[in-house]
Each structure stands twice: as structure tokens, then as C-alpha cells.
Design a protein around this ligand. Structure first.
Ligand SMILES: C[S@@+](CC[C@H](N)C(=O)[O-])C[C@H]1O[C@@H](n2cnc3c(N)ncnc32)[C@H](O)[C@@H]1O
Length: 212
């Protein structure tokens, strides 16, 4: 049976619409994924779970779609100030967004762990996320044991990881809504056949067989 998690920390490989050349320059760092494939990932969240999801400024709408598709309700966000200015069409980007969503019953961090909503740490390599955010997660949610990082590049102690650049601790699939319906139908058919078989067995057994 698939292990389920209390916290999911995810940094998806968003696909951008700009020119082939720009897209290729992102793809030279890592492969991107279509929005549908990200949304259809069968994320192994417990019924009560926190999602901490990275989004770039142009991908806020898509990030909320992903959050909802994975079964979470949007709660709030913080930003990461990367200190050094980058590229961009409208603004030259200096920040990324860290969204928080919950599923079921999940409490916010205790008051002592409640940080300001701006994390400030100088960016390092392409798309590398800052250490201070993971430290905040680890200290704020120390009571939650099962933690999964999606689209991870490295293994971090205390975390299970999944991604195409790391040795994965879990196996995840992209499952389309049509495939979900097909699987549910197959399961319902199997259950109906088992019930029918049990009923037939009961009918054909001698009444005395049923008395212990
Ligand atoms: C934005 S980067 C994550 C960066 C990471 N958080 C860090 O701090 O280094 C997205 C990652 O998703 C990976 N990725 C792309 N397509 C994938 C797929 N189909 N399945 C799993 N991982 C994928 C990329 O190779 C890349 O490592």
C-alpha cells in the first residue's frame, strides 16, 4: 500500500509559453511538465495534510489550480526575496512565491514559529530553493513525521523524495480523470463479481454447513 504524507513540499517544473528559444533555455536546466500532467499527479497526501508549493509570479493561477486538483484549499502565501535581481518582461524578477494549502484538519504553526511573510536569502544555482524555507518547515512542523518533497533534486534527511533527478523513495503516476473513472469502474465490477460469487456460495451450501 502507498505510504501517505502529512506534509508535501513541491517545486513543479512549470512550462512557459514564451518563444521556443526561451523555453529551450529553461529545458536546458531541466525538463518541464504540462499543467495537466502536474495536476494529474497522484499525490500521496494523508486526509489531513499541508501542501507547501512554490510558484513563480506568472504561474500563480496555475499553482492554485494544481493545489485544488491535488485536493487542497489555498490558505496563504509568503515570498522569497532572492536579493539579486533576475530577468523578466514586466518586472525583473527578484522573488518567488511560497503558497500554503491544507487538506482536512491542519493547524497553523505555533505562535513562536510564526515568521514574517518575507524570506530573504540570496539565490544560488538555477531554480535552487533557499535553505531558510526548509528550516522554517522543519521547525514549524516538527511534530509531523511523514514528509515528502516532490520534484526534489537532492535527498534531504528526514524527507522522502520524488523527482527525475533523484533516487526516489516513492513511485508516483500521472493519472488522468478518465483513467480514474476506468479504475473506479473496474474496482466496482470486481466488488460486484465477488459479492455475486459469495451469494452463490451461500445459496448452494447446505444450511447445516452454516451452523458451527
Ligand atoms: C524547479 S526544479 C526543482 C528544484 C529544486 N526544488 C531545488 O531546489 O533544487 C523542478 C524539478 O522537476 C524535475 N522534473 C521535470 N519533469 C519531471 C517529471 N516528469 N517527473 C519528475 N520530475 C520532473 C526537473 O528535472 C527538476 O529537477
Amino acid at each position: 500500500m502507498q505510504k501517505k504524507y502529512d506534509i508535501i513540499y513541491a517545486d513543479p517544473p512549470w512550462r512557459y509559453d514564451f518563444s521556443q528559444t526561451k523555453q529551450r533555455s529553461i529545458e536546458s536546466h531541466y525538463n518541464s511538465m504540462s499543467l495537466d500532467d502536474i495536476k494529474n499527479l497522484d499525490v500521496p497526501a494523508k486526509d489531513d495534510c499541508i501542501l507547501i508549493l512554490w510558484a513563480t509570479a506568472p504561474k500563480i493561477v496555475e499553482a492554485i489550480e494544481v493545489m485544488v486538483a491535488w485536493g487542497f484549499e489555498y490558505k496563504t502565501q509568503a515570498i522569497w526575496d532572492k536579493v539579486i535581481i533576475g530577468m523578466g518582461y514586466w518586472f525583473r524578477g527578484q522573488h518567488e512565491i511560497l503558497m500554503v494549502g491544507t487538506k482536512g484538519s491542519m493547524s497553523p504553526p505555533f505562535a513562536v514559529c510564526r515568521e514574517g511573510s518575507v524570506f530573504r536569502e540570496q539565490r544560488t544555482g538555477h531554480s535552487r530553493k533557499p535553505k531558510c524555507v526548509r528550516q522554517w518547515i522543519d521547525s514549524s512542523f516538527a511534530h509531523l513525521r511523514n514528509k515528502l518533497e516532490l520534484f526534489a533534486r537532492n535527498k534531504t534527511e528526514g524527507w522522502d523524495v520524488w523527482g527525475n533527478e533523484v533516487e526516489c523513495d516513492v513511485k508516483l503516476e500521472v493519472v488522468t480523470p478518465e483513467e480514474h473513472i476506468r479504475r473506479d469502474k473496474k474496482e466496482a465490477e470486481f466488488n460486484a463479481a465477488t459479492l455475486a460469487q459469495d451469494a452463490q456460495q451461500l445459496e448452494s451450501s447446505d444450511f447445516n454447513d452454516l451452523i458451527i
